[in-house]
Design a protein around this ligand. Structure first.
Ligand code: DLZ
Ligand code: SF4
Length: 511
């Protein structure tokens, strides 16, 4: 048998990766490469770079411990060409394999590069399906065929039926309903004690990577330390156990709640591990289901958690591959304002935004409702250019890869796809943030005030957004109520709102 060069990318750190199927340790070589292109295609959070590089180094060490030959290229290797394609060519020249085997990547631009590898190396390139997802790209395409717009809920039900997860023996949804979200919108009670979350102290490998990142990326966004992410499968499993035991039971109740100085609440904190391959979605869903079946966690929590993975995560990935590359180009609400500088500095008098951006800077993490209803909501209301918002989301979160970031930002948060993905824009005034958080009490603005210097900007921005986008949004049945309200207001009131919003937005510095 001739040898194969097998390539493992930084978000493919799974022993069951299809590119490693049938690997012959006596002949095959695995290539893993730290490359400048990947570290710089957006200005990643420094913890994100450290997390990925450290997890890559640990994964390479685990493969070597199995007797597998790993050609590992470090970022500071003087021969490093800086690109996947350059490193594949260099390694192919070194090892002279008969073929290249790789698993399809998570990003469109990388797939385009991969498609050029045959021409670049003169070798056959076997691009294998990423079997770590529940739904293959083909499976999603079958579901999406003939639909003009997609709804996660229906796709999710099919996934539940297909996998049998949380079904009764006669194939009905456990508890009689598919979705328990109505029970999952409670604000945190005052004085509530949150579970303590397990974090992982850096070992020698991580320390070395932290030094490298500090040297190479001194000016990137985000605190490098304290660094508490798991960088091995064993620690990622420990993080999952910690979540299941202490946070899952109340995950449902408080999954939309927000609190000052409490970035993690009851959230899973496992998206970074899932998205780079340290954990697999099947094992995570099975573990959560077992908590319900054994009576340790209630159904509203377990169903809500599983829906994020079996439903939402698969749905956004399917949609990304089904609609790319055109998906990224739409701008349905004609939003062109530049991203305000405070998204990077965190310096704004709007307390909700400074809290959420501060947590993001500290942890390369912010939970889903903060991403959607604070940073996302503001960008939507302010009419910020989708490309600039997307770059920000792709850069600042440890779990962000384009397949998951783009649909969530472009479709869900910004409605830039005009409703392909979500049935309405998630626009909200300050009242929503006030109901779900304790941010407003210590804000320089007054959440109950609708206009004037002290008014919460979300209040007039919300109405100005509806006024500005009336032509596109008025027919949306889910926005019928606010448009009925607007119809009752005199024209002077509408133009005063528009003026106030414009003058506030014009006062913000662009990034
Ligand atoms: C995000 C990232 C970074 C920062 N660095 C690397 C790297 O040096 N080497 C690597 O293989 N992958 C890295 N990644 C992850 C890639 O960007 C990711 O594999 C592609 O975007 C495909 O999803
Ligand atoms: Fe945010 Fe408005 Fe509340 Fe201030 S008052 S924290 S700006 S929602």
């Amino acid at each position: 048998m001739s040898s194969s060069l097998r390539i493992v990318l930084g978000d493919q750190l799974s022993r069951d990766l299809s590119a490693l199927d049938g690997l012959d340790p006596a002949r095959d070589v695995v290539l893993m490469a730290e490359v400048a292109d990947e570290a710089t295609y957006v200005p990643h959070h420094r913890q994100k770079i450290a997390f990925i590089l450290s997890a890559m180094r640990h994964f390479a060490a685990e493969l070597r411990a199995e007797g597998i030959t790993v050609d590992y290229v470090r970022l500071d290797d003087p021969q490093n060409t800086g690109s996947f394609t350059g490193e594949v060519k260099r390694t192919a020249a070194r090892h002279k394999p008969a073929r290249i085997i790789v698993t399809e990547p998570g990003e469109w631009r990388v797939l385009q590069a991969m498609r050029g590898w045959e021409g670049e190396t003169g070798l056959s390139v076997d691009i294998r399906e990423d079997t770590r997802f529940f739904a293959s790209r083909r499976r999603f395409a079958r579901w999406a065929a003939d639909r003009r717009s997609y709804r996660m809920e229906f796709f999710y039900r099919e996934m539940r039926r297909e996998t049998g997860i949380l079904l009764t023996p006669d194939g009905e949804p456990e508890g009689g309903h598919w979705n328990y979200d109505a029970e999952n919108r409670k604000p945190l009670p005052i004085g509530y004690t949150l579970p303590k979350r397990q974090r992982f102290a850096p070992d020698a490998t991580t320390r070395e990577v932290l030094d490298l990142v500090a040297r190479r990326f001194p000016d990137n966004f985000g605190d490098l330390e304290p660094f508490g992410w798991a960088v091995t499968r064993a620690d990622a499993l420990a993080a999952l156990e910690d979540f299941l035991a202490h946070s899952l039971p109340r995950f449902g109740d408080y999954q939309d709640a927000m609190k000052r100085q409490a970035p993690f609440l009851h959230h899973g904190l496992i998206a970074p591990y899932l998205n780079i391959g340290l954990l697999g979605p099947r094992e995570v869903c099975a573990a959560a289901e077992a908590e319900y079946r054994e009576g340790r966690a209630p159904l509203n929590a377990v169903e809500g958690f599983i829906r994020q993975i079996l439903g939402w995560r698969e749905y956004v990935r399917g949609l990304y591959w089904h609609r790319m590359p055109d998906y990224a180009e739409s701008n349905a609400l004609d939003a062109h304002r530049p991203l305000p500088w405070f998204y990077w500095s965190g310096e704004t008098r709007m307390n909700c935004l400074s809290e959420v951006i501060g947590q993001t800077r500290q942890h390369a993490y912010s939970h889903h409702i903060q991403r959607l209803m604070v940073t996302g909501n503001f960008a939507l209301l302010a009419g910020i250019d989708p490309k600039q918002v997307e770059e920000w989301y792709l850069a600042v979160y440890a779990d962000a890869f384009e397949w998951v970031e783009l649909p969530n930002t472009h479709g869900m948060a910004l409605f830039a796809d005009g409703g392909i993905m979500a049935s309405k824009p998630y626009a909200a005034s300050g009242a929503y943030i006030d109901r779900m958080s304790d941010f407003c009490g210590s804000c320089a603005y007054k959440v109950k005030q609708k206009s004037g210097h002290e008014a919460c900007p979300f209040n007039y921005l919300y109405w100005a957004f509806l006024i500005r986008n009336e032509r596109v949004l008025k027919g949306n049945p889910r926005l019928a109520m606010p448009y009925r309200t607007l119809a009752k207001w005199p024209a002077e009131r509408l133009s005063a709102i528009t003026r106030e919003a414009e003058s506030f937005l014009n006062s913000l510095d662009a990034s």
